[in-house]
Design a protein around this ligand. Structure first.
Ligand SMILES: [Zn+2]
Length: 127
């Protein structure tokens, strides 16, 4: 719940800063055409760019939190099966980096034939 609210705050901040950036940069360009005080102009443009950067930063934070949420909702599972068709040994374990389908992962504890990864899937986690 807290994570959802945090990511909502990040996207709202991102939107606010992007609007500020557009307003400041637009205002700055307008003043630029009028050839008015350049001191003030550079300040306006600088704060416009700062708002743009902040907006991108918050958008990135929002994206990261969203990925974190998705990762928590699913568990990657690796299914291992014995290569001997007469043996029905089958095992499921958490996905490990480097796992791929048809990879050999040791020997069967029942018949000593090579064990192969049969499939990899994402299992939704229950609450
Ligand atoms: Zn076996």
């Amino acid at each position: 719940m807290l994570k959802t609210r945090q990511s909502l705050i990040f996207i709202l901040l991102s939107i606010v800063f992007s609007i500020l950036a557009v307003v400041l940069l637009g205002f700055g360009l307008l003043k630029f055409q009028e050839n008015s005080d350049t001191y003030l102009l550079s300040d306006i443009l600088a704060s416009g760019f700062l708002c743009l950067l902040l907006s991108l930063f918050f958008a990135y934070q929002h994206k990261r939190r969203l990925q974190f949420k998705l990762a928590l909702r699913y568990l990657s599972v690796t299914v291992i099966k014995c290569s001997n068709s007469d043996c029905n040994f089958r095992e499921e374990r958490k996905f490990k980096r480097g796992d791929y389908v048809f990879k050999e992962v040791g020997n069967c504890p029942k018949c000593n034939s090579p064990l192969l990864i049969e499939s990899i899937y994402a299992r939704p986690l229950r609450k």
